[in-house]
Every structure is written in C-alpha cells, then in structure tokens.
Design a protein around this ligand. Sequence first.
Ligand SMILES: *Cc1c(COP(=O)(O)O)cnc(C)c1O
Length: 375
Amino acid sequence: MSAQIPFIDLHAQRRRIEPDLRERMDAVLEHGQFVLGAEVADLERRLGEFAGVEHVVGCANGTDALVLTLRALGVQAGDHVIVPSFTFCATAEAVVLCGAIPVFAEVDARTFNISEATVAAALESCSAAAIAPVGIIAVDLFGQPVDYSALHALVADRGIWILADGAQSFGGSFGDRRVGSLARVTTLSFFPAKPLGCYGDGGAILTDDADLAQLLRSLRFHGMGTHQYDNVRVGFNSRLDTLQAAVLLAKLEVFEDELRVRQEVAARYSAGLGDVAIVPLVADTAVSAWAQYTLTFESGRRDAVAAALRAQGIPTGIYYPLPLHQQTAYRGYPVAGAGLPTSEMLASQVLSLPIHPYLDPSVQARIIELVRDNV
Ligand SMILES: *Cc1c(COP(=O)(O)O)cnc(C)c1O
C-alpha cells in the first residue's frame, strides 16, 4: 500500500547541509592532513563550547572512548565496575577489554536509566559479596541523561568515580547543564545513527579535568609523550579522522535546530499514544536528545504492533532484545541483587518508533494511528 520509510532519514539531513558539507570535505582533500588535521581541533573546541566543558578529546569511536577513559581512570585487571544491564553491549565490553569485571545493575522501568535506588541496591549487593567497585558507568539510554547529581550524592564519600556513557544523549541536558558537563568525564559516539553522527565511526571524551584530558590525548596516540616518537606509555591508535570532523562541523551548524524539532516529534508521539502504551518518562528538568523514542507494551502486544507497522512499510527497533546479563558473552559476570527483573521485562516489552528531525508530521500521524489500531 505505501512505500517503505527509513528508520532514520540521513538523506534528508544531507540534502539540507550538502553545500557546506561538500565545501568542508573538499578543504580536507586539498590540505591532505587526514589524521588530526585542523578540523579535529576545531571540532573539539566547538563541542566543548556547546557542552560547557573545558577539554574534548576526539577518538576513533564510542567504544574506544570508553576503553581509553577506563584506562585513564586507572582501571586495573580484576577491578569491578557497575554498569546497567539494559544497554548496548559496548558499555560492558569496554570494562572487560580492560581486564576488569562488570557488575550488572538494574534500571528504572520508566526512564530506562540506572537511578539512585538501583545503584544503591547494586552497592549493597557488592558489599554483601565483599566487592568494592572502583566506579560506575552510567548510560543515558535513548537520549535522556541520568540524574547525575543524585548518583554523585550517593557515592560522594566512597571514592567511586562516575563515567557518563553519553553515546546516545549528546544535545540533552539536566537542569541547566548539558551532557558533557554532568559527570567528571563523558564519552560520546558519532556512529551515523546517533543524534550527532558522522559518516563512519567517530567518538569523543569530554572532561573539565586537565590531567585526565592530557592522559587521554597520549593514550589515543600510542602513548605519546612530548612528541609523536616519544613513547611514554603503551597506548592505542584511536584518533578521530579529519574528514569525519569536517562532517561533524557541518552537522553541528544545524544540530540545535534538529534538537528542537526532535522535541516536537517526541511530544507528538507522547500526546498521540500516552493512553494506549507506556510512553517514555523524561524528568521535569531533563531534556532528552531522543536518540530513540521507545514505547513499553505491558499487554504482550509488542510484536503484533511491530508486525502491523512492518506490513505498512514502517520499520521499528527493539533496543534491546536481551539484557547484557543474559547475553552469551556476559552471562558469567556478577549481577546485583537477586536478579534484574525490570531489565528482563523491558527486553520483552519495548518497541522504538522512527524518530529523527525530518519525520514528516503526516507520516508520523499515520504511525500513531497504526499503533493505536493494533494495541
Ligand atoms: C553506540 C553506543 C556505544 C558505542 O559507540 P560506537 O561508536 O559504536 O563504538 C556505546 N554505548 C552506547 C550506550 C551506545 O549506544
């Protein structure tokens, strides 16, 4: 009956920024500094201004951003790090890649994020098992920042760091602060499908800690010291390439406007569906970057709704079909408390609808109607 619509319409965005994008990419082809060229430093400065943070270190992708940061924070083999189970695998993968042990924590059913209550429960079960976690990776799932001030208050006297995995939330805010300045250190991903995405892989780390930033700059470049051929530690090859920085600079020009439109799209979904499904709850003082718009169906109708939409050419996503503590690769790691029933329940009930700034309101009205007809 109707043509397939994209889950995220990157073509519409490209048509909007095309002349600026081409000009910026051509400039890189001309100067030929393909790794850590001037555009990378320019982007790092612009991202810092946007987020209200002093230091930004570009790197190869969001997973590397986590690994580099864990290494810079001094994570050692055998250390324990609390992570949510209901997230993308990279959050726990980075911990394991450092030789450390993820401890899976529960999330809140309405915000999809770890909370003061779920982290308190995780800390309690760690003490009961004589485990002293060195840190927490909080994930701003689907674009909404975690309530970091509540978490900071909880761990203030324990010497535990908090790393914000902001791969999905750049552009979001909590109170008067933007993602990037909410925790001691924040990691970003510029994977194409993220709210701010490039045309390949890219990532960044944001912090106000000058020493941490300096260490991260060394670690991303083979552990360099005062110059490239001064190797003072074992590091990584994890740099953001210049063409991707040029793409991101073009996209940053329209990013504020895109974020504004994303709020409108999300508001239309919530107004149209709040009486037939559980719509995402955003805290009063928070703004989500709406990487995903995720409904929860308590009725068992999730798969039927997805099938009905698919039949009409409308794609949906299930993020995530299995919580990490149940994944083959992560089954052997400790789980807080007696299990994670909320994470397991969400995996069977969530459905993400198409959301992007170029979603036509009439198409969106059709999506809403189809969901309503099939719940
Ligand atoms: C996308 C994502 C990552 C990893 O980013 P890549 O750039 O794909 O390596 C990490 N954490 C979360 C929560 C993500 O959504």
